[in-house]
Design a binder for this molecule. Sequence first.
Ligand SMILES: NC(=O)c1ccc[n+]([C@@H]2O[C@H](COP(=O)([O-])OP(=O)(O)OC[C@H]3O[C@@H](n4cnc5c(N)ncnc54)[C@H](OP(=O)(O)O)[C@@H]3O)[C@@H](O)[C@H]2O)c1
Length: 245
Amino acid sequence: MGKCDNEVGKQMSITERRPRIVILGGSGGIGKELVSHLRHLDIELIATYFVNKPKITAGIKWYKLDIRSYIELEAFYSKIFKDGSIDAVVDCTGISQASKLSKVSAIEIKNIIQTNLISTLWVAKLSLKYLSAGGVLILISSIAVKTNPTGATIYSISKAGIEQSVLAFANEFIEKKKRIYCIRLGYTKYGMQKKIKKSVMKKIEREIPIGRLGTGEDIGFIINYLLDQRSEYANGSILTFSGGV
Ligand SMILES: NC(=O)c1ccc[n+]([C@@H]2O[C@H](COP(=O)([O-])OP(=O)(O)OC[C@H]3O[C@@H](n4cnc5c(N)ncnc54)[C@H](OP(=O)(O)O)[C@@H]3O)[C@@H](O)[C@H]2O)c1
């Protein structure tokens, strides 16, 4: 192993260059927290948005991407790869659901499964191909797979599919000396959770055993752990990160 002059590179076992980290969905609530956590580190940060072009640009290369198009997604990976190695991909894309099965339309069902599950399988396939050796893919599931909220049934199914895909793909990632993890994220104060009524959120917060919602610092901490090469013994795992829920 050669020289390394930056801490993140050391942790990721990358030598002689800055690690290149891709945040898919960097414009969303969780993505933004992650971007602000990572942008001060000595790394090359690449992030995507779909509709909401972010205002923070210093130190970040932004790309517009519709994850529902395999052609667009593959072109994105191929472009980033041509510019240099890809050391980590964190997929923070996703859409929520706000109605019961009896109310949700057929099109919405299809869109949730496409965005949250099928596109994530594509991300896994392309990451397996394009990640550098030792590289890492981090997917995000939700505590909804355990709590089963009535108005988020299709969403929960899509997240259960993500968790299963991490278990199913782990061997192929390990064979190629790459890593794959899933964070089963609990309730936070960001992004799609802001759509939940305040009174409901208060009740949810009271029921979190640790007594509070997840913060950007919590998310930054778990991402640091997973980016670090020393987490490799957890390769192929689903890490519940939910304050005890
Ligand atoms: N927020 C939480 O507390 C929480 C809890 C558990 C799990 N999660 C999971 O964490 C992830 C991020 O959630 P969030 O709260 O940050 O959601 P969010 O604020 O709604 O952000 C979603 C992100 O996905 C992007 N996106 C949506 N459709 C897309 C498409 N077709 N192509 C490309 N990008 C697309 C959005 O881009 P634009 O904004 O540019 O349109 C945005 O960057 C999701 O997988 C979610 O299920 C979140």
